[in-house]
Design a protein around this ligand. Structure first.
Ligand code: BGP
Length: 462
């Protein structure tokens, strides 16, 4: 690799956030309840240090100050999400004017500061009333989502040019229907498959609504967390295990989103184990037409896969893990503060895969980041000396740069995340921001990495 890393002109430098994780004001401004508000009230003990989503980083009140900080550290783009239950408190029906005003102010403020807003419509935050109707298991909820998407395009599409239907749509499937870390805490493979499928139908319906709006210069995409799957060896059993993990965790959303259809091998496995979701006439055509213009890639860590030592125990609910085991690769590099493997080349492998197998779709890194517990320990004179984060970003950027040099269509890099924020069940456990936030006073302080990214963005590289 070269020792100078200059990115293509107009490269997107920025960071990603989500409504529930930064806005706070959970019971203010006419917002309705979503599943996080509800679950936290039901079971506060399941949240790290019993901290819920009421206040988070208080972006709802402090967005002006925050946007100034974005500008100060060189952002030219910023990803946020709209809270569905803020915009339409019941999930369907009346639009909340206070929410319209809020999002208008944020969007206008971003644009006035030369920061292009990227807007995502759904980041894990189902309105409670719709969850009570079955959430993504219900086709009526899918319809409500399409309506919500259309309203958002109409309200903000004159200024917002990059739209995303979902962030990491597999996570609510895993958390809510397989592994019990999201509401409604169901463990049921077949229902999980239905939720995954209906989410893609909802995606395709939102794409259809977007196309109808005929938005000049507008693009619609989806944001997927891709975890490249690496087999332990070239032994056929390991290769197969790795291929199946890839089918479940990457291609289950990547293929329909970019190619407009599900991988045949995935359908066969689900069929064999009687896990296929219920479909409706016309779905195939709808999914075909729902191909995205742009793909956001969230990349945190790889998946190290080996064949199972024993035949799967197929009693109990269907699980992807029936078909493979994970293992800890000897000598792997770890983020010691979060417990995730760091494998920078993964970002390159993802991009090459998109180039070779997915038509070199326009893409960008929509999340990548390093979570750190008790990050205060790295503070000097109040400023967090996060050299580990600088290294982390720099090494990933080198591989992204190499991919671009080899013709990959990657347009930008967004860190997860702008400022320390509330992370679902993990609440404030792992800090990820360029900017630290004091939980009690809400004071924002730039970390060392914020000064570093400012320089990188200004030089369009390093
Ligand atoms: C991503 C999500 C983010 C964020 C991040 C950090 O998968 O899109 O919403 O929460 O993970 O997660 P954690 O705090 O569990 O380390």
């Amino acid at each position: 690799m070269s020792n100078k890393y200059i990115f293509p002109e107009g490269f997107w430098w920025g960071s990603a956030t989500s409504a529930t994780q930064i806005e706070g004001a959970a019971h203010e401004g006419g917002k309705g309840e979503n599943i996080w508000d509800h679950w936290y009230q039901q079971e506060p003990d399941r949240f790290f240090e019993n901290i819920g989503p009421e206040t988070t980083s208080d972006f709802y009140h402090r967005y002006k100050e925050d946007i100034q900080l974005m500008k100060e550290i060189g952002h030219n783009t910023f990803r946020m999400s709209i809270s569905w239950s803020r915009l339409i408190p019941g999930g369907r029906g009346e639009v909340n004017q206070q929410a319209v005003d809020f999002y208008n102010h944020v969007i206008d403020e971003l644009i006035a500061n030369d920061i292009d807003p990227f807007i995502n419509l759904f980041h894990f935050d189902m309105p409670l009333e719709l969850q009570n109707e079955g959430g993504w298991e219900s086709r009526e909820v899918v319809k409500a989502y399409q309506h919500y998407a259309k309203i958002a395009f109409e309200l903000f599409g004159d200024r917002v040019k990059k739209w995303f239907t979902f962030n990491e749509p597999i996570v609510p499937v895993e958390g809510g229907y397989l592994y019990d870390f999201h509401y409604p805490n169901v463990v049921d493979g077949k229902r999980a498959a239905q939720v995954a499928y209906n989410t893609m139908v909802a995606h395709a319906k939102a794409v259809a609504a977007f196309r109808e709006c005929n938005m000049k210069d507008g693009k619609i995409g989806i944001i997927l967390n891709l975890t490249p799957s690496y087999p332990r060896s070239q032994h056929p059993a390991d290769l197969k295990a790795s291929r199946i993990a890839d089918l479940f965790f990457n291609r289950s959303f990547l293929d329909p989103a970019v190619l407009g259809e599900y991988p045949e091998e995935l359908i066969q496995i689900l069929q064999e184990y009687d896990q296929l979701p219920i479909t409706e006439n016309g779905d195939k055509e709808l999914l075909k037409a729902g191909k995205v213009d742009i793909l956001g890639v969230n990349y945190y860590q790889p998946r190290r896969v080996k064949a199972k030592d024993h035949l799967p125990n197929t009693e109990g609910p269907f699980m992807p893990e029936w078909f493979f085991d994970l293992y800890e690769m000897p000598g792997r590099k770890m983020n010691p503060y979060r417990g995730w493997e760091i494998y920078e080349k993964g970002i390159y492998d993802i991009m090459i895969n998109l180039k070779e197998n997915y038509g070199n779709i326009e893409s960008f890194i929509s999340e990548n980041g390093m979570g750190v517990q008790n990050e205060e320990r790295f503070a000097e004179n109040g400023e967090i000396q996060d050299d580990y984060r600088i290294d982390f970003i720099r090494e990933h950027l080198k591989w992204l740069h190499k991919a671009i040099e080899e013709g990959c269509n990657a347009k930008g890099y967004h860190l997860w995340t702008f400022m320390d924020n509330w992370s679902w069940m993990n609440a404030y456990k792992n800090r990820y921001g360029f900017i630290s936030v004091d939980l009690h006073t809400q004071k924002r302080t730039l970390k060392k990495s914020a000064y570093w990214i400012k320089e990188v963005s200004e030089n369009n590289g390093f």
